[in-house]
Design a protein. Structure first.
Ligand code: UDP
Length: 497
């Protein structure tokens, strides 16, 4: 290029506005955490990011705020007061994990919807003006804001594309309407034969009034300008292509988003302050042989019945393998605390660590001592396990977790099913044991031993872990997608003046 041409180009660049993304997550840990990753990835690639949140959730994000400030990234929090009491929720109830009964989830969604006007007003004041909204599928009303501001809206549902496609077909074909819980649902147009009982499908949870909200979500998804996925091309190319074909929408795979939390402080404070001393936890892991420990954790929302927790503990004990077990029984199930104190902890103290409350999950998973992950198959946990390169034992509870189980076990072939009977719907206090101690013992022993099947799973998991990292390295598929996304949204903004 001539020097005159270069000067013109430089001038154009300096007057070109930086792409400015507004991120509106669903206020639930499994949705907010990947969006903090998304914020960081976009900002690391030069975009400006406004992250919409509320006071209680902002307090949980202290680790994230410190990390982005230390890195000098252009990320700001847009804090809006949450109208909890106006919608019949206790004051300060600002996250799905704080809701006392699932019947209140509709109130929660409506309270979120009431953020529409205050958010629009705040977005009008931002400088530079927003160029794109990326919002959780559940925050359907952000589509209206995007139209009002004349900017694109991209949807994020927090699922992998395999499960997103199944969810889309469920909505499109109204697959769950007038179907009994145990009836088998078939997904027409899905790239493989997929059949599941209704109760194991996302969207099967019946909460009065949620149908209208679901319809709105779907309508707004149809109007949106594309979908952002916490995934990467090499993991599920077929499903990404099918999703684009079937929905007619562009898919931006820009993950795994957890990989942006590489520094140890951020890993430890991810999502919330850990309820365990991280240094002690690392010291404990350092004392174990590489690949010898099984990590057991069921995410932020699943509520496992007391009898089931006891059965799980006895299975872990019987397996004789070292383990870290995250339990969120707390005040809710004092009988579990009593049982732990009544001999169990003493019996396993040389090889078992119990974490009560919030665990630094990624920090643990990525330690070399971890050789297996018993997971409820929330997508974040699943992709964190994939990045760690560890095989899994799948124990889905509800929502799209049964789809993720199929993806991990049948397609990726990096996990084995524990064999859950029934569905432990979110917010329902089931009493019965769905997985016996024998099933736990057998699964742990099978995964952690040297058998051929386990070794093959381990190799495949390691290989996927390498691919996951590559996706975000310079020239990797997600790395390139992030740059293209920023470019495209920046260009749209500049074209519209
Ligand atoms: N998580 C964590 N510590 C915990 C429980 C969960 O760090 O004690 C994180 C986990 O790493 C993941 C998210 O919370 O990023 C949970 O999301 P997921 O989709 O796995 O499950 P959900 O909680 O939505 O069911």
């Amino acid at each position: 290029m001539s020097s005159a041409g270069h000067a013109v180009d430089q001038q154009r660049k300096s007057t070109t506005m930086k792409a400015h993304f507004v991120l509106v997550p669903m206020m639930a840990q499994g949705h907010m955490i990947p969006m903090t990753g998304m914020a960081r990835l976009l900002a690391e690639h030069g975009a400006q990011v406004s992250f919409v949140t509320t006071p209680v959730n902002a307090a949980r994000m202290a680790g994230f705020v410190t990390a982005v400030e230390a890195a000098g990234l252009a990320v700001q929090l847009v804090k809006l007061p949450f109208p909890a009491t106006e919608f019949g929720l206790p004051d300060g109830c600002e996250n799905l994990d704080m809701i006392q009964s699932r019947d209140l989830s509709r109130n929660f969604m409506e309270a979120c919807g009431a953020l529409r006007e205050p958010l629009t007003a705040r977005l009008r004041q931002l400088c530079p003006p927003p160029s794109c909204i990326i919002s959780d599928m559940v925050q359907w009303w952000t589509g209206e804001i995007a139209r009002e501001l004349g900017i694109p809206r991209l949807t994020f549902d927090g699922f992998c594309t395999f499960a997103s496609l199944a969810r889309y077909i469920i909505f499109r074909d109204k697959l769950l309407d007038n179907v009994a819980d145990e009836e088998i649902v078939t997904f027409s147009g899905f790239p493989m034969l997929l059949e599941l009982p209704k109760a194991r499908c996302p969207g099967s949870l019946c909460v009065p009034g949620m149908e209208q909200i679901r319809d709105k979500m779907y309508e707004e998804e149809l109007q949106s300008d594309g979908n952002v996925m916490n995934s990467f091309q090499e993991l599920e190319r077929l499903y990404i292509e099918s999703f684009e074909q079937i929905t007619g929408k562009k898919v931006w795979t820009i993950g795994p988003m957890c990989l942006c939390d590489r520094d140890s402080n951020m890993m430890a404070a991810r999502g919330n302050k850990a309820s365990v001393d991280e240094a002690k936890c690392l010291q404990w892991l350092d004392s174990k042989k590489p690949g010898s420990v099984i990590f057991v954790s069921f995410g932020s929302l699943a509520s496992t019945a007391p009898q089931q927790l006891v059965e799980l503990g006895l299975g872990l004990e019987a397996s004789k393998e070292p383990f870290i077990w995250v339990i969120k029984a707390g005040n809710k199930f004092p009988e579990v605390e009593e049982w732990l104190a009544d001999g169990f902890e003493e019996r396993v103290k040389d090889r078992g660590m119990i974490i009560r409350g919030w665990a630094p999950q990624v920090m643990i998973l990525w330690h070399q001592a971890i050789g297996g992950f018993m997971t409820h198959c929330g997508w974040n946990s699943t992709i964190e396990g994939i990045c760690a390169g560890v095989p899994m034992i799948t124990w889905p509870h509800f929502a799209e977790q049964f789809l993720n189980e199929k993806f991990v076990v049948n397609l990726l072939k990096i996990g084995l099913e524990i064999g859950v009977k029934g569905v432990a719907q979110w917010g329902s206090e089931h009493k019965e044991v769905r997985v016996t101690r024998n099933a736990v013992e057998t699964a742990v022993s099978t995964l952690m031993n040297d058998g051929e099947a386990a070794q093959e799973m381990r190799m495949r998991a390691k290989d996927l872990g390498v691919k996951a990292r590559r996706a975000l390295e310079e020239g990797g598929s997600s790395y390139d997608n992030i740059r293209l996304l920023i470019q495209e949204m920046g260009n749209k903004q500049n074209a519209s003046g």
